[in-house]
Design a protein around this ligand. Structure first.
Ligand code: NAG
Ligand code: NAG
Ligand code: NAG
Ligand code: ZN
Length: 434
């Protein structure tokens, strides 16, 4: 229940407004703002039009939506993006520069591991815990890493296990809303691994992806019903989003590194990743005096070959020294990023040679300028206006939005402090009271 406050103002109208403000910013269940963030992995913007999605539609019609979707960070991969959403940092600054990578300096391999040394920055659950609040994560990438006051307590932070049914994930989260007032988490972050799985296996246009979208919508419905049953649907801030989109790729659209051999030979063991991001870490050996110069030469030779018109699909790959990548990608300022990065055209593949052919499937990780890499953002609850559409924005803005709703002091990050004004009203539902 909302607490009543002694109001000394003699003006009845102001008194009425004050009461409204108190009523709207409190949560019946707990007297405090609560955020439930739900991520649907690989929910490409536009999937909501594939089939009936009554539950997502409800959040959209009663909440605030990024009209043309949420812009992921580059590379548009799951771990970098979930951790950018959590920290407000571009991957160069939060350290998870790809799902899997080799540190060019130490040679150590990151492969979604939990060693805290990889995970830089301050994710929301740490910000909350450090400021005496309670956070709960359900499979959010990075949340099992101990950091600050966050120890990933059993129960509040289950061990990543994709066999746990979606229903169980939703019901577990809902059960925390039945706790005594002062034990209800302030922040809950829930992760679904669909429709990403179906999108990879079959490509985004397959009917099985449509089924996965319907299934996810159904789970959103389960969450909404649970909140409604507890009479707190209009009081909890529900943020529904995804990390990136999905696009079809096929054998027919492949660039083969061995086809560049007339210009430059690049050994397979210099290549850490082929596509959607080509990551090259040349090993010149100790007798080469100026590796930076050799790297620049290699990039020039590769681009000469690719633009010669003689390399199949060459026009769809452009190679850069990482310092020369377009600034909008924010993908240079980390020693973990390999010295040479190739930007692969939308839906294209890069392979060493023509062995190991495969058929069409789906992938993501490409330049975040492509519309196919966008995901969704919908905010519903007291601080989000009903039926509002906002222009697309990058997911590094979300950290500040959640910090603002919860009244947390944000750690330094790459979001803009002013952005929260674009998307949040100042006082809960009183935003509508004119
Ligand atoms: C993962 O979850 C499934 C389904 O709940 C369960 O049967 C299995 O034991 C879990 N695996 C681990 C390693 O906890
Ligand atoms: C093709 O490239 C792979 C590495 O991607 C390598 O293991 C294999 O030996 C190469 N095959 C030929 C015929 O060069
Ligand atoms: C991103 O934020 C980090 C941490 O505050 C800062 O060091 C870095 O300069 C920022 N980068 C950009 C491009 O804003
Ligand atoms: Zn994926």
């Amino acid at each position: 229940m909302a607490t009543t406050k002694h109001v000394s103002s003699p003006k009845p109208f102001l008194t009425f407004l004050n009461l409204l403000i108190v009523a709207a910013t409190a949560t019946t269940a707990s007297n405090k703002p609560v955020v439930l963030m739900i991520s649907c992995d690989g929910f490409r913007f536009g999937y909501q039009f594939k089939t009936d999605t009554p539950n997502i539609d409800l959040l959209i019609s009663e909440g605030t939506e990024a009209k043309l979707g949420l812009i992921p960070v580059f590379p548009t991969m799951t771990f970098p993006n979930h951790y950018s959403i959590a920290t407000g940092l571009y991957p160069a600054y939060h350290g998870i520069i790809m799902n899997k990578f080799t540190d060019p300096i130490t040679g150590e391999v990151f492969n979604k591991g939990l060693d805290p040394k990889w995970w830089l920055g301050e994710p929301l659950w740490v910000t909350a815990a450090n400021q005496g609040r309670k956070a709960l994560t359900y499979f959010w990438p990075g949340s099992e890493v101990p950091k600050g006051s966050w120890t990933c307590p059993k129960g509040l932070c289950p061990h990543f296990n994709l066999s746990v049914p979606f229903e169980e994930r939703v019901d577990t989260i809902l059960s925390y809303l039945d706790l005594p007032k002062d034990e209800i988490p302030d922040l809950m972050m829930l992760y679904f691994d669909e429709p990403d799985g179906a999108g990879h296996n079959y490509g985004p246009d397959d009917p099985r992806v449509t089924n996965a979208v319907a299934r996810v919508d159904n789970m959103i419905g389960r969450a909404i019903q649970g909140l409604k049953k507890r009479e707190i649907f209009d009081e909890v801030h529900v943020i529904l989003l995804g990390d990136h989109g999905m696009v079809t790729n096929c054998d027919k659209k492949t660039i083969y590194i061995d086809d560049l051999a007339d210009w430059i030979k690049i050994p397979a063991d210099w290549i850490n990743a082929y596509s959607p991001v080509l990551a090259i870490n040349p090993r010149w050996g100790k007798y080469v005096e100026n590796p930076a110069e050799k790297n620049a030469e290699l990039v020039a030779k590769m681009n000469e070959a690719l633009s010669s018109g003689k390399v199949e699909n060459g026009e769809f790959l452009q190679v850069y020294l990482k310092e020369k990548l377009p600034k909008r990608l924010h993908y240079s300022d980390s020693s973990r990023i390999p010295p040479i990065v190739g930007m692969v055209g939308e839906g294209l593949l890069v392979r060493q040679n023509r062995t190991n052919a495969h058929e069409c499937y789906g992938d993501h990780g490409y330049d975040n300028k492509y519309f196919s890499m966008r995901s969704i953002f919908i905010g519903h609850g007291p601080r989000f206006r009903r039926g509002k559409k906002v222009p697309s924005f990058e997911n590094v803005q979300i950290y500040n939005v959640v910090a603002e709703i919860l009244g947390l002091l944000p750690a330094s990050n790459n979001g803009s402090a002013l952005f929260t004004n674009n998307i949040l009203s100042q006082f809960g539902k009183t935003g509508e009271v004119k």
